[in-house]
Design a protein around this ligand. Structure first.
Ligand SMILES: Cc1cc2nc3c(=O)[nH]c(=O)nc-3n(C[C@H](O)[C@H](O)[C@H](O)COP(=O)(O)OP(=O)(O)OC[C@H]3O[C@@H](n4cnc5c(N)ncnc54)[C@H](O)[C@@H]3O)c2cc1C
Length: 398
C-alpha cells in the first residue's frame, strides 16, 4: 500500500485532497477503459485509501536533493503554491511560502465543503510539504505585509499561486442587510466549525428560508450545506435556465435530491428588509435570447414582471474577484483579469511564474489543475534557476 501511495504522491503531492474532491465522474473514472458496459474502477476511493495509509503512518518517502543555494518565494499556500513549493524542495531549492490567512491549504482548507474534505486532510498535506523542507509563513499578505519588490530582491524567483478573491458585490440595494452572507465566508465558517468540534456555525446565523444567488459549483455547495445544517427551505435563484447552469449535472441532480428548490430565469433587483434584516428577494423575470459564443442564451430582464422570493437569509455565489491587485503590484500583464502566462507558466517578468486559479481565464478551475500547474511551474522555475549565472561562494550564503 505504501508503494501505491508513493506512486500517487510522486505524480500529485495533493493526492489525498484530489482523492476526495476531484469530479472523478468527469475525469479519470469517466475515462475508465472498462467502458460503458462495466462500472468504472473506483479510482478516487482507491487513491484515498492509499494516501490515508501513508499519512496515518507518518511515512516520508521522498528525500530532497542536496541544497542548490537558490531561494524561491511562493505566494499562496493553496494546492498550486504547495505543490510548486514541494516539488522545488525535492529538487534541492529553498522554497518559502507566504499565506495571508491564518491556516494554510487555500480553498482545500477554507472552501471545499466539509462533507467532501475536512480541514484535517488539507492540513496533513501542508505538514507533508513542510516535512520536505518547505517553510510556510501564515498571516503574511504579499502587497500588504511584504512588498513585491522585496520578494523580487530577496529571492531568485517567485511563484504566484494566489487563487482568486471573495464573491463580488451584487450591486443591488439591500446587500448590506443583516442576513446577507457571501458563499465563501459561509462555507469557511462551516469548515472551521467542524475543525473546532462544534456542531453549529461559529456565530454565523442560519436562516429558515435561505435564497442562494448563483448556479455554479459554489452556489450548489452553499445550498447543500445550508440544507444539511437545517434550513427548512433552500432556493437557488438563477437568471438563466437549468441547461445553462455552470454547475456539474451530477451536482444539480444531487441537490435536487437534497430538497433544494430552483427559481429560474429570475434576476435579483433588491434584497428586501424588515427591521434591518432580510425579509425577501425582489426579482424581475428574464427571457432568454439566442445562444452566445459560450452556448448560453443571453438574458433580457422584463422590468414590468416582478416576483418576490420569500427568504430570511441570502447567500451570494456569483463567482470570485479576479486577482487584479496582485498582478498590478508585480507589474505583470493580464488576460481578462487573470495573470497572463505562457505554456511554461512564465509571466511577463522572467523571474515570476504563476499558476492555479489566478491564471485560469478559461476552462474549469479545479484542485487537480492547480496541482498540475504547480508541477509545471516548478519545472520551469528549476530550468530558469539553472540558467542563472553561478554565484560566488560568498553570495551563496545569506
Ligand atoms: C466553494 C468552492 C468549492 C470547490 N470545490 C471543488 C471541488 O469539489 N473539487 C475541485 O477539484 N475543485 C473545487 N474547487 C476549486 C478549487 O478549490 C480551486 O481550483 C483550487 O483550490 C485552486 O488552487 P489555488 O492554489 O490556485 O488557489 P487557492 O486554493 O485559492 O489558494 C490560494 C491561496 O493564496 C492565498 N493568497 C492570496 N493572495 C495572497 C497574498 N497577496 N499574499 C499571501 N497569500 C495570498 C489565499 O489566501 C489562498 O490561501 C472549489 C472552489 C470553491 C470556491
Amino acid at each position: 500500500m505504501t508503494g501505491a501511495a508513493v506512486t500517487i504522491l510522486e505524480a500529485n503531492l495533493m493526492g489525498a485532497s484530489c482523492a476526495r474532491v476531484c469530479p472523478v465522474e468527469e475525469l479519470c473514472e469517466g475515462a475508465c477503459v472498462l467502458g460503458a458496459d462495466h462500472k468504472p474502477i473506483e479510482i478516487g476511493r482507491l487513491q484515498r485509501y492509499a494516501t490515508d495509509h501513508i499519512y496515518e503512518r507518518g511515512v516520508m518517502p521522498f528525500t530532497a536533493a542536496p541544497p542548490t543555494g537558490r531561494r524561491v518565494a511562493v505566494v499562496g499556500a493553496g494546492p498550486a503554491g504547495l505543490t510548486c513549493a514541494g516539488e522545488l524542495a525535492k529538487l534541492g531549492h529553498e522554497a518559502v511560502v507566504f499565506e495571508r490567512r491564518e491556516l494554510p491549504g487555500g480553498l482545500s482548507t477554507y472552501g471545499i465543503v466539509v462533507m467532501r474534505e475536512p480541514i484535517r486532510v488539507s492540513l496533513e498535506e501542508v505538514d507533508f510539504v513542510r516535512r520536505l523542507g518547505v517553510e510556510v509563513h501564515t498571516g503574511v499578505e504579499i502587497g500588504r505585509d511584504v512588498t513585491p519588490e522585496s520578494l523580487l530582491e530577496e529571492f531568485d524567483a517567485v511563484f504566484l499561486g494566489a487563487g482568486l478573491g471573495g464573491v463580488p458585490a451584487l450591486g443591488i440595494p439591500g446587500e448590506y442587510l443583516e442576513g446577507v452572507t457571501e458563499a465563501l465566508d459561509f462555507i469557511a465558517a462551516t469548515k472551521l466549525a467542524e475543525k473546532d468540534g462544534l456542531d453549529r456555525l461559529n456565530g454565523l446565523p442560519l436562516g429558515r428560508h435561505v435564497a442562494v444567488i448563483g448556479a455554479g459549483n459554489t452556489a450548489i455547495d452553499a445550498a447543500t450545506v445550508a440544507r444539511r445544517l437545517g434550513a427548512e427551505r433552500v432556493t437557488i435563484v438563477y437568471r438563466r435556465s437549468e441547461s445553462e447552469m455552470p454547475a456539474y449535472d451530477f451536482e444539480i441532480a444531487f441537490i435536487k435530491q437534497e430538497g433544494v428548490e430552483f427559481r429560474l430565469q429570475l434576476q435579483p433587483l433588491e434584497i428586501l428588509g424588515r427591521d434591518g434584516r432580510v425579509s425577501g428577494l425582489r426579482c424581475a423575470r428574464v427571457t432568454l435570447g439566442v445562444p452566445g459564443p459560450d452556448g448560453r442564451r443571453s438574458p433580457t430582464v422584463d422590468p414590468t414582471d416582478e416576483v418576490v422570493v420569500p427568504c430570511d437569509q441570502v447567500i451570494t455565489a456569483i463567482g470570485q474577484e479576479k486577482p487584479r491587485a496582485l498582478i498590478e503590484a508585480f507589474g505583470l500583464e493580464s488576460t481578462l483579469g487573470y495573470a497572463a502566462v505562457d505554456e511554461a507558466l512564465r509571466t511577463t517578468n522572467p523571474k515570476v511564474f504563476a499558476g492555479g486559479d489566478c491564471v485560469r481565464a478559461t476552462g474549469h478551475a479545479m484542485t487537480v489543475t492547480a496541482v498540475a500547474d504547480g508541477k509545471i511551474a516548478a519545472r520551469s522555475i528549476d530550468a530558469y534557476l539553472a540558467s542563472l549565472p553561478v554565484r560566488s561562494a560568498l553570495e551563496g550564503t545569506r
